[in-house]
Ligand binder design. Structure first.
Ligand code: DX5
Ligand code: ZN
Length: 223
């Protein structure tokens, strides 16, 4: 699965930017990744609930909301109620991530748990039993266009193993620095869903960029 991040899109034309990856075939995005930042959990400020509500009306591509915010226990369920398909919160920010996952699911969304590059996976395995997606950050959250941190692939391999042996039931998602040069190693490590911002919206033809990323990931997974 490919999830273009609109963080690298033209914010003055978000509707048409999403239309560009909402066509048919391999260039169609599986999810649209929406980066919500509050200038507290990360040193950047982006968009929030009103924009998610507007995007939900605009497109039928499922919205994947990545909340880089403090106190997600309070704010995240609102994104589920707004119709987000998957709502991801940071384990470093959540007070009661198990209760939060239950609230997200009760509000009709899948529950995602994100871990920053230096956050160990092992400390959160019990929590992850309550989640539908694991978002492994491969850059420090806050900005698009950063370089991929290959060390995080060890966490992807561990998660893949736990899913394949039935110890966890979730999608493994990766976010940060994914482009045609890095997607193959991530796919080989076992990623299911690839977020790509600058590699999609920095391209002349975003749909072609999605299709090209998909082809590389598929080939690497089949090897
Ligand atoms: C970073 C965001 C990412 C970002 C990825 O904090 O969570 O989703 O948009 O952008 P690229 O693909 O350019 O690294
Ligand atoms: Zn993100």
């Amino acid at each position: 699965m490919i999830a273009p991040s609109i963080l690298s899109a033209d914010f003055a034309s978000l509707g048409t930017e999403i239309d560009a990856i909402a066509g048919t075939g391999d260039g169609r995005a599986d999810w649209v990744h929406v980066d919500v930042m509050d200038n507290h959990f990360v040193p950047n400020l982006t968009i929030g609930l009103p924009v998610v509500e507007a995007l939900r009306k605009r497109t039928d591509v499922p919205l994947d909301c990545h909340l880089m915010i403090e106190d997600p226990d309070r704010w995240a369920p609102g994104y589920a109620e707004a119709g987000a398909h998957n709502v991801t919160v940071h384990v470093e920010a959540a007070n009661d991530p198990v209760m939060l996952a239950k609230n997200l699911r009760a509000a009709g969304a899948k529950a995602g748990l994100a871990i920053k590059p230096n956050t160990p996976l092992e400390d959160h395995l019990d929590t992850l039993r309550h989640y539908d997606t694991l978002l492994v950050m491969s850059v420090e959250p806050g900005f698009g266009g950063q370089s991929f941190i290959p060390d995080v692939l060890e966490k992807v391999r561990t998660a893949r193993r736990l899913v394949d042996t039935g110890h966890l039931t979730l999608l493994v998602e990766i976010d940060g620095g994914i482009n045609p040069d890095t997607i193959e190693q991530a796919a080989e490590a076992g990623v299911d869903c690839f977020v790509a911002g600058s590699a999609v919206y920095g391209a002349d033809d975003p749909a072609r960029a999605v299709a090209a990323l998909r082809a590389k990931a598929r080939a690497a997974r089949e090897r």
